[in-house]
Design a protein around this ligand. Structure first.
Ligand code: GBH
Length: 488
């Protein structure tokens, strides 16, 4: 005979030690896209070229199947349809980005393109009418080519170009937008664009250009935050931050100092580099010391990592109203003892691998590791003074199935660990965003990796959209507040 106590203990264990399986009513759910990935209309109504337009048109072979985003989901011509799709999900907010070259074809505020402004106004008003909050990203990688021609993020002028653009957007849309994001994933802009040169503007400069870009980008972010804080916050009552993308870095061998240090270096070089100046002030220690040491060995007079002045540290520190994080996957870290060519991959002194046992999505880099999000949330809480965290992107890629059970399972597992992190560690996560509303232009992967809750038929000139099973699942989650889509 099993005693009552034993039964109780077993029950408590099975039911997850009493952890609540429900999101509270103030937790918000959203869905995301970005301008370049969905809009198309690449030269409509006076929009100028972005660095992505230029890159793709000049190097068509760099994109899978030589696809382009000239039309993408054609969202520039489908505002109403997009809003209907968002509405059907029942989300609290829609995260999307503004195309800088659509609003400011010259890059600068000397000329404002009315037609471009009208498009976003229509979208934002439409969302508002349907009680959907707008979460607006100012920069999701599509820099006006004319600004790139003048140096882009390697020019100090980017600080003024960006903060003028930001001020204009606050003025134009700020009465209806309560959540702003300055930059989406600075790593992709700086490391991939001006360092490793995998993405536009495709200017190699690993270990120099990427750091310089980051230095100016963070200063531009801080200026935009201060402009909002000083000139708009009181009247518009919104909030503004930056979004940093994180993988969780797990030491390949735990309980081993070299491997633990490799993981620490990995997360700091890949994400802390962008987060620390904003949330704590200055670069991560390990980044500063490793780059300084290697620069010295290379015979440089100064570190390749620009040094913040005391004033700059103070000006950038604290320029956030929440912690925006994109999370998709995890990696395993191991120390690298073999010297590599000068650059950030050598500077960080570690390698990353992924376990062949982890289930994968269509994107090669995306392995399903919800446990990594749980560890990351605890890490962010402990490292960055328990900030309010908004998960600004999380999602799964496949080849476009309508019966997308793997996407459902991915979202469910990630929602469950958010609840666990809240209950077990007291992490303050206030919102969760699925990437993406619909299948769209997945950068150099073209249209082969699909992240959408809606399917898009890219062979159809009308770009027909079809709801997927995951959209219905997400709708039920939002309605019931339960990751299972229903509650017992
Ligand atoms: C996000 O980046 C973007 O914000 C969004 O636009 C994008 O559509 C979404 O993810 C899905 O990818 O090929 O090994 O060099 C996520 C972070 C960083 C993930 C770059 C893919 C390429 C890894 N991404 N990474 S690799």
């Amino acid at each position: 005979m099993i005693s009552r106590l034993a039964l109780f203990v077993i029950f408590a264990f099975v039911s997850g030690s009493g952890a609540s399986k429900k999101f509270t009513d103030d937790f918000l759910f959203g869905v995301a896209t970005s301008a370049y990935q969905i809009e198309g209309g690449w030269k409509d109504d006076g929009k100028s070229e972005s660095i992505w337009d230029r890159f793709i048109h000049e190097n068509p072979k760099r994109i899978w199947n030589q696809s382009s985003a000239d039309i993408a989901c054609d969202s520039y011509h489908k505002v109403e349809e997009d809003i209907e799709m968002i509405k059907a999900l029942g989300v609290d907010y829609y995260r999307f980005s503004l195309s800088w070259p659509r609003i400011l074809p010259n890059g600068t505020t000397d000329y404002v393109n009315k037609k471009g402004v009208e498009y976003y106004r229509k979208l934002i008003k439409g969302l508002r009418k349907n009680n959907i909050e707008a979460m607006v990203t100012l920069f999701h990688w599509d820099l006006p080519q004319v600004l790139q021609d003048q140096g882009g993020f390697l020019s100090e002028k980017i600080i003024k170009w960006f903060s003028d653009y930001a001020r204009l957007c606050f003025k134009l849309f700020g009465d209806d937008v309560k959540t702003w994001i300055t930059f989406n994933e600075p790593k992709q802009t700086c490391l991939m664009g001006y360092g490793l040169a995998v993405l536009p503007p495709n200017i190699p400069g690993s270990g120099i250009g990427d750091y310089k870009c980051t230095y100016y980008l963070l200063k531009a972010h801080a200026e935009a935050w201060h402009i909002y804080d000083k000139e708009f916050r009181e009247k518009q009552k919104g909030r503004i931050s930056i979004v940093v993308d994180y993988s969780w870095w797990e030491p390949l061998i735990t309980n081993n100092t070299a491997f633990t240090e490799a993981a620490e270096s990995g997360i700091q070089f890949m994400s802390g580099l962008y987060a620390n100046p904003v949330y704590l002030g200055d670069w991560p220690k390990i980044v500063k010391s490793r780059v300084a040491e290697l620069s010295k060995k290379e015979g440089e007079k100064k570190s390749r990592l620009p040094e913040f002045t005391k004033e700059e540290i103070v000006r950038i520190r604290g320029t956030y109203d929440f912690f925006g994080v994109n999370y998709y996957t995890s990696v395993l870290a191991l120390p690298n003892l073999i010297p590599l060519p000068r650059g950030i991959l050598n500077d960080r002194g570690c390698f990353q691998i992924q376990s062949p046992e982890w289930e994968g999505g269509k994107s090669l880099w995306l392995k399903v590791t919800p446990w990594g999000l749980k560890k990351l949330l605890k890490y962010l809480k402990d490292t960055y003074k328990n900030p309010e965290i908004i998960i600004t992107e999380n999602g799964y890629s496949d080849t476009g199935e309508l019966e997308d059970d793997k996407r459902i399972s991915y979202i469910k597992q990630h929602l469950n660990v958010i609840l666990e992190a809240r209950d077990e560690y007291g992490v303050n996560v206030s919102a969760y965003t699925v990437w993406s509303l619909m299948d769209n232009f997945e950068w150099i992967d073209g249209y082969q990796s699909r992240f959408g809750l809606y399917h898009v038929d890219f062979s159809d000139p009308k770009r027909k959209r079809t709801i997927k099973k995951s959209a219905l699942y997400y709708r039920d989650v939002i309605k019931t507040r339960c990751p299972e889509g229903k509650c017992e």
